[in-house]
Design a protein around this ligand. Structure first.
Ligand code: HEM
Length: 236
């Protein structure tokens, strides 16, 4: 083999080694890859982790309660209220890109809580998992846009994927198959997600490799904090 070709292939091998999974398709694909690895095998076929928490087991085997599910919805609303407020205030100008994406969940959750109230249920006060996550989002959004964007992506996209599966299963088990507003979007969800992916790719385009890595490293925190909110569904 000519010398030049050998040198060329060595360079290619080296760059393949340092290339980040999904990098060629834009940064959203990298965020997705980082996330899918943190799922358990029971949560998704792309998952790599072993389940160690109640919410990490197979959703099919969950035994949800209305009380737990209401706590989950209330705490989720605290998280979405906070995300929507951060985007409305846009402490960093890039956040303004994510106003009115159609993925917002606060108003829908408010309707669901109203429905439960009309059914005679007492709506609980927000609790530590939701309040902790909301505080974390407020703090990181003010000083660390890479971390904030990671949470923004994971929260909205998780809800559109695993979140919908969870909603369907819980409805089958304890809500007579009632589809809550939390799981309804105006227009085509796939198109809304596509638009947000494009915006995320655009906003993150100018980030350095270090900034991108910092964002990807935040995925674990997002799983931990969201996992604590999800776990509320299973409290009795
Ligand atoms: C019981 C808990 C969960 C289940 C059952 C679950 C399940 C799934 C499944 C099946 C997918 C694949 C969708 C596809 O076919 O592309 C998915 C995607 C995803 N999940 Fe989860 N997940 C859970 C929790 C979480 C958590 C806690 C996070 C992060 C906070 C998360 C973030 C994501 C993201 C970002 C995607 C990619 C969505 C996309 O490509 O549009 N998931 N999840």
């Amino acid at each position: 083999m000519p010398l030049k070709a050998v040198a060329g292939s060595a360079t290619t091998a080296e760059s393949a080694k340092t290339r980040h999974s999904g990098e060629s398709k834009g940064f959203v694909e990298e965020m997705r890859f980082a996330s899918m690895k943190l799922h358990t095998k029971e949560q998704s076929k792309e998952g790599e982790k072993r389940a160690s928490q109640p919410e990490e087991g197979s959703v099919v085997k969950w035994e949800p309660t209305i009380e737990g599910y209401l706590r989950f919805l209330v705490d989720s609303k605290v998280v979405y209220d906070t995300l929507e407020k951060i985007v409305a205030n846009a402490a960093f100008p890039a956040y303004a890109e994510f106003r009115n994406t159609g993925l917002e969940r606060s108003a829908n959750l408010a309707k669901d809580l109203e429905w439960f109230r009309d059914q005679g249920h007492t709506i609980p006060e927000p609790s530590s998992p939701g309040l902790t996550y909301a505080q974390y989002l407020t703090d990181s959004s003010a000083k660390d846009p890479q971390a904030f964007i990671c949470h923004f992506y994971n929260i909205y996209f998780a809800h559109s994927a695993g979140g919908r599966m969870i909603g369907k299963k819980v409805a089958e088990k304890i809500l007579n198959n009632k589809v809550l507003e939390f799981y309804k979007w105006e227009g085509q969800l796939s198109q809304l997600l596509r638009n947000v992916r494009e915006k995320l790719n655009k906003v993150t385009e100018g980030w350095t490799r270090e900034e991108k890595n910092h964002c990807l490293e935040e995925t674990e925190k997002s799983f931990k904090l969201s996992g604590e909110v999800l776990r509320l569904i299973l409290v009795s």
